[in-house]
Design a protein around this ligand. Structure first.
Ligand SMILES: *Cc1c(COP(=O)(O)O)cnc(C)c1O
Length: 353
């Protein structure tokens, strides 16, 4: 085999696909529709000027980990920060996955679990959700007993379905898990419960969060995990030295002074979410109840791809999930500003008329 051929796992893959189309209304990647607080943006020039640019960053990100730890009432040794929660997931998989090990998820769910697991050499094993996308506790037990995975992911609320996972399902998973359990809480602020209070030194549970969604900082690429101290120490072995640049550390530390302002918008997003859900349902569209900042729906009267194209023609981009396994006919819309949502709902009404 020629040496410029990629590894078998990579050759079999297609990579991450989410259209980056230049349209007026982008409701396809679950970002916040609002810019971050102006006060923070103004601070950034001072933050940049204060960096020792000739020096490597603080490898342990001491200050940043301290402010994140305070936010969750844990110790800084319970926190690992990375370039987006995707890098957190990758570090977890480099540490606990890899060749000869199994990584589990319950499908349909966030595609990056399987993607990163494969890229890092692990075998992917899959539990199935019911047709309505809820998860049967018996399926959790069966998958753990049959496969004994080294890492199991639970996304709560789940992307792309938006469903909130019942707490009992996590309890069943923790009881039967053979390896590390990762609860991905990218959308925690929109949900009614968090697994954060279950993190403890005697449990192999890791809870991940991101600045990309509620906190309006998708461009900054910051995510983190709260986990037992022993697990954080193991993740640090797998992480690259100086992976978190000095500007990002300082900018993120500064951002944590503005979280109240950013979280104020959660109530507005939730009320807009209800408006989207009820308006779509009134158009005779199948809608899944969301605990997140997006809504999964399935048009009944018209093909999903045709609806997606009609929306695009109206300058609105949503996520086309219709070709994904188990999501036949489904589209996903991110809650935008009230005006964006009104434009989306008007376009939907014409599309399915
Ligand atoms: C958006 C999202 C993330 C966030 O990834 P970042 O790398 O932090 O931007 C992680 N998990 C899920 C389920 C998501 O939807």
């Amino acid at each position: 085999m020629a040496i410029f051929e990629p590894r078998d796992q990579i050759r079999a893959m297609v990579g991450y696909h989410s259209a980056q189309v230049d349209v007026p209304i982008r409701l396809n990647t679950n970002e916040s529709p609002f810019p971050p607080p102006a006060g923070w943006v103004k601070m950034l020039t001072d933050v940049a000027a204060g960096i020792d640019w000739n020096r490597y960053p603080d490898r342990a990100a001491v200050e940043l980990r301290a402010v994140i730890a305070a936010r969750h009432s844990v110790s800084p040794e319970n926190v690992f920060v990375a370039n987006g929660s995707n890098e957190v997931l990758q570090t977890i998989l480099l540490t606990y996955g890899g060749h000869g090990r199994k990584v589990a998820s319950f499908e349909p769910t966030y595609q990056m679990y399987a993607q990163i697991a494969r890229v890092t050499g692990a075998d992917v094993v899959v539990g199935e959700r019911r047709a309505d996308f809820t998860l049967d506790a018996h399926e959790i037990e069966r998958l753990m007993q049959r496969e004994a995975p080294s890492v199991t992911f639970l996304c709560n609320p789940n992307n792309p379905t938006g469903l909130v996972e019942p707490r009992e399902n996590l309890e069943v998973l923790l009881e039967h898990a053979t390896g590390v359990v990762v609860v991905d809480e990218a959308y925690a602020e929109f949900s009614d419960w968090s697994a954060m209070d279950l993190v403890s030194e005697d449990r192999a549970l890791a809870v991940t969060r991101t600045f990309s969604k509620t906190l309006s900082m998708a461009a900054l690429r910051v995510g983190y995990v709260v986990a037992p101290k022993w697990m954080i120490a193991q993740l640090e072995i797998a992480a690259l030295p100086y992976h978190l640049d000095s500007f990002k550390q300082a900018a993120t530390t500064a951002a944590l002074g503005f979280t109240a302002e950013m979280e104020e918008r959660v109530a507005l997003i939730k009320s807009e979410r209800s408006r989207i859900e009820s308006t779509l349902a009134a158009l005779d569209i199948e809608v899944w109840p969301s605990g997140s900042n997006f809504v999964l729906f399935r048009p009944r009267s018209k093909d999903a791809q045709a609806v997606w194209a009609d929306l695009l023609a109206a300058g609105i981009l949503v996520r086309d999930c219709s070709s994904w396994a188990r999501l036949e006919g489904c589209l996903r819309v991110t809650v935008g500003t009230p005006d964006e949502n009104s434009a989306f709902l008007a376009a939907m009404s014409s599309a399915v008329a």
